[in-house]
Design a protein around this ligand. Structure first.
Ligand code: ADP
Ligand code: MG
Length: 233
């Protein structure tokens, strides 16, 4: 699914620079569910953003689904991003003035899918996250857990091969976090490959593999026995 070799990333600060990722090696196979852990500032989001083609590494190799990701034009990067990747964020990143179904349908618009099919697909995915009855509600009328469900439906709308999540439960209470994790686990049970950033140990243990970052270096990378989230909801 993806393979990364000796990845480095620095950010310029004034005349000097901050070396954030210092030689990352990681491979992820289809069907995996991986947690990237580490304290704040350890480089988790930077790594996820590079994997998600939202940012570029300085040096190193990144191959996604057989394709070397290097020096792509903005346009090409956007095409691959839409085709391969779905994103979920801590802060949901929904569009405030669009209702639930319009939010879910939006990525399909960028894929050139006709309106009728967009709405059909968006309905299907809203149904899947249990929110079909909320289709015409605006984000401000939804709870945090419901907003994250809409965001998940949006991430799934274009049927991506890889789902990337940056602290998907970071803004949710414990019970809602577990509901969201149970849903993400059910997606992985169906075969979806999932890579998520978290700094919460109990959330990481609901994945099947934990990669620990410290100061831009992988300290540990091991398979774990997945704790099922549905027992807590
Ligand atoms: P994490 O997600 O693990 O908390 P990040 O990857 O967001 O860590 O950030 C790692 C380090 O890089 C932090 O010190 C952060 O301040 C810095 N950083 C992140 N993005 C930028 C940027 N665009 N410009 C400058 N520094 C950045
Ligand atoms: Mg982060």
């Amino acid at each position: 699914m993806l393979k990364i070799n000796q990845l480095h990333k620095s950010y310029p600060i004034g005349d000097s620079s901050l070396h954030v990722l210092k030689g990352i090696d990681i491979s992820v196979e289809e069907g995996e569910m991986v947690a990237i852990m580490g304290s704040s500032g350890s480089g988790k989001s930077t790594l996820l953003n590079i994997i998600g083609m939202l940012d570029e590494a300085d040096t190193g190799d990144y191959i996604l689904d057989g394709l070397p990701i290097k020096n792509l034009t903005e346009k090409k990067a956007a095409v691959y991003r839409n085709k391969f990747l779905g994103f979920i964020f801590q802060s949901f990143n929904l569009i405030n003035y669009k209702n639930a179904i319009e939010n879910v349908a939006l990525p399909l618009y960028y894929q050139g899918i006709k309106r009728k099919e967009r709405i059909e697909k968006a309905k299907f995915h809203l149904q899947k996250v249990g929110l079909l009855d909320w289709a015409d509600h605006l984000p401000k009328e939804l709870s945090g857990g419901q907003k994250q469900r809409v965001a998940i439906a949006r991430a799934l709308a274009a049927n991506p091969k890889l789902l990337l999540a940056d602290e998907p439960t970071g803004a949710l209470d414990t019970k809602t976090s577990h509901e969201i994790m149970a849903f993400i686990q059910s997606l992985n049970d169906e075969g979806k490959t999932i890579l998520m950033v978290t700094h919460e140990e109990d959330i990481a243990n609901m994945c099947k593999r934990i990669v620990r970052l410290r100061d831009g270096v992988i300290m540990e990378d091991k398979k774990v026995n997945q704790v099922r989230a549905e027992q807590y909801v």
